[in-house]
Write a protein that binds this ligand. Sequence first.
Ligand code: NAD
Ligand code: AKB
Length: 337
Amino acid sequence: MQAGKNKELKNREMRMERILITGAGGQLGLELTGELIARYGAESIVATDINPEMAKRMPACHFQTLDVMDTGALDHVLKTERITQLYHLAAILSATGEKKPVMAWQVNMGSLLNVLEGARKFKLNKLYWPSSIAVYGPNSPKKNTPQYAVKEPQTVYGISKLAGERWCEYYFNTYGIDVRSLRYPGLIGYKTLPGGGTTDYAVDIYRNAVANDAFSCFLEKDTYLPMMYMPDAIRATVELMEAPTERITVRSSYNIAGISFCPEDIYNSILHYLPDFKISYAPDFRQKIAEGWPQSINDEYAVKDWSWQPTYTLEKMTADMLTNLPQYMNRQQKSGS
Ligand code: NAD
Ligand code: AKB
């Protein structure tokens, strides 16, 4: 009886939140927006992106075009929509960042400072901002990389994520902003396309396999990287954001581990279902980025603080991707996106 009442109270509290998502049209954003709608109700969510075309792909919720570099426009939404929580996902990823380094720095840093200031001015309850395994560099331990290992990132993206982590911790220490963050590995899912990262090959390979196209991989066959299946990443995000404040001991960003594999491993896992699938290797500038990153991650703080556990292995992910991707690719072709 009491348990039922507590659950009802929690549901009511959750529905009183007003949640703003920036970069909601991206690979992570589309999926996370869907999950937040399911948990908090569509009326609680304001999804935004700089790209107005994303309105068409948005799950059923209020969508606004918003360039998060525009401080006035951001503040206007925070105020008029009475926002209480913000998920700041807009960013330029590693591969695009190496092509446009100054722009990547300006967008990643400028937008983060805008949302941190917005959180302070409008007294938000919580702020979520993702970091990345890209904060590590060639001098970090490669395997089972610890939370507090040396960090000398060599990409503009990694430098911006490391600086961003310091800013998040600063806003927590100085202004008491409840900022929470995860260092995601490369994310893989069937619902959305990746947006200019070094780990994108691990989504593209499945799409080529399902389309019966041979795949040319931009990384060498034995390049190991930390990766994570999207359902695990979404669950980790929600678990971190809903964990009691006193459990959060890391205010920069938490390491979280999922799977570690190389292109040859993922290829072999697909061959099990599609034995005629062909792969070739043509490493490009992204090889150097990948070689500067860890191969696997130690996530003991996330495990200890809020009981993080991934559920997907490479085999389980491949089975799920190949089951679900064909119908999503058909839908995406039909809608032209
Ligand atoms: P994405 O590139 O797919 O999406 C980013 C979205 O931000 C796009 O829809 C883009 O239109 C939007 N955007 C860009 N500039 C903007 C601006 N000025 N104002 C508003 N919107 C803008 O990226 P993603 O993969 O969804 O990544 C989301 C976050 O997660 C990023 O911070 C990224 O660094 C982090 N992350 C992602 C991965 C991954 O594998 N996808 C791994 C580690 C960390
Ligand atoms: C990228 O490759 O840039 C991202 C990341 C690991 O941060 N997927």
